[in-house]
Ligand binder design. Structure first.
Ligand SMILES: O=C(O)CCC(=O)C(=O)O
Length: 339
């Protein structure tokens, strides 16, 4: 059972997304919002990571990896930790960071479900992650996945920043021959299958053929601490080995529209038709089940007012107007049937 510490209440100025940012997210497949998370918050997470690495803080049951699927021997080998928001208050708080949710609400909301978190230590010499599409791993129906990648240190070409194949956000999700990813991409004549997504060896990684289509359109996204990079579930992205003598730290959350069905629980089983009841309602409302935050971070799941803030859901009808044009009119109230 997790030890529950009080979550300090903090307020933030709401971030409002511009139309230009909204369009850029779709045109490029990603959007960088500079300085979205305040320096104090970034410093708090970095201090926490320093404490973890020095053994001054431990998170019981934390799943920490050395490389894809490998167990580290010592903190010096820690590459990334998964799903800490289910084990530690600060990681829950950052997954539900109001400024990050403000942006997501405009991009994929208004109703948001928070699904996944990853904390990257990416220390000098540690590998990147090869070409991949996030929705292959984390399918949602309808398909509304979006990542939010918070830079905790400078992210540069040298220490392994993110890269995006601009244009690949319009590609379908490529399934493997065993069927992973297939549910999202059905009824294609020429999609084929791919092997070894995320492999850093480009000759093995089946998405190399997709990246080749966008040759010359790979954007290296360098970032400063506090910048957040948003990207959808289809855009092919990757990173390289950290060749600097300083770490490239980041905290990544994955989210979907809370009205999408989620068939994912980080490899753990779930009961019933979907895993939605295990994921936190961050903003808005949903007809689907959802989880409460374990450490009490304020969000739509535990603050009904936040859920209502997205406004009333007024049913509208598309009607022919008197001037002959089509218009949206309030849906007429249901009359009792004539007898
Ligand atoms: O931070 C990285 O190097 C990779 C992150 C990534 O690919 C993801 O969050 O989907």
């Amino acid at each position: 059972m997790a030890v529950i510490e009080a979550t300090p209440a903090k307020t933030y100025a709401t971030y409002r997304v511009s139309v230009d940012e909204y369009v850029r997210f779709r045109e490029k497949g990603y959007l960088v919002v500079k300085g979205l998370v305040p320096p104090d918050d970034v410093a708090e997470m970095n201090a926490f990571m320093d404490d973890m690495l020095a053994g001054r803080r431990a998170i019981s049951g934390a799943l920490i990896m050395k490389d894809l699927g490998q167990k580290p021997g010592s903190p010096g080998e820690w590459l990334r930790a998964h799903m800490l928001h289910r084990r530690s208050p600060i990681h829950e708080r950052f997954l539900l960071h109001p400024r990050t949710l403000d942006v997501l609400q405009a991009l994929i909301g208004p109703d948001l479900l928070a699904l996944q978190s990853m904390l990257f230590f990416k220390q000098p010499g540690q590998p990147g992650q090869g070409y991949h599409q996030d929705a292959y791993y984390l399918p949602t129906f309808p398909d509304t996945l979006c990542g939010a990648w918070l830079a905790l240190t400078p992210a540069t070409r040298q220490n392994g920043c993110l890269y995006f194949a601009v244009g690949s956000q319009n590609e379908p999700v490529y399934p493997d021959p065993r069927g992973t990813g297939q549910a999202l991409s059905q009824n294609f004549s020429d999609l084929g299958t791919i092997e070894h997504p995320s492999a850093t060896d480009e000759s093995l990684n089946g998405l190399s053929r997709v990246v080749k289509k966008y040759a010359g359109r790979a954007d290296a996204v360098e970032a400063e601490p506090g910048d957040v990079v948003f990207f959808g579930g289809h855009v092919v992205h990757w990173s390289y080995t950290n060749q600097a003598d300083f770490p490239r730290r980041s905290y990544v959350g994955h989210y979907c529209n809370a009205r999408s069905l989620v068939l994912w629980n980080h490899g753990e089983p779930w009961d019933g038709d979907s895993a939605n009841y295990l994921h936190i309602l961050a903003r808005g409302r949903t007809h689907l089940p959802y989880a409460q935050p374990l450490f009490g971070t304020p969000c739509a799941a535990n603050a009904p007012q936040a859920a209502l803030d997205v406004g009333p859901l007024q049913p509208m009808s598309m009607m022919g107007l008197d001037d002959g044009l089509m218009g949206a009119s309030e849906h007429p109230a249901q009359e009792p049937e004539d007898r």
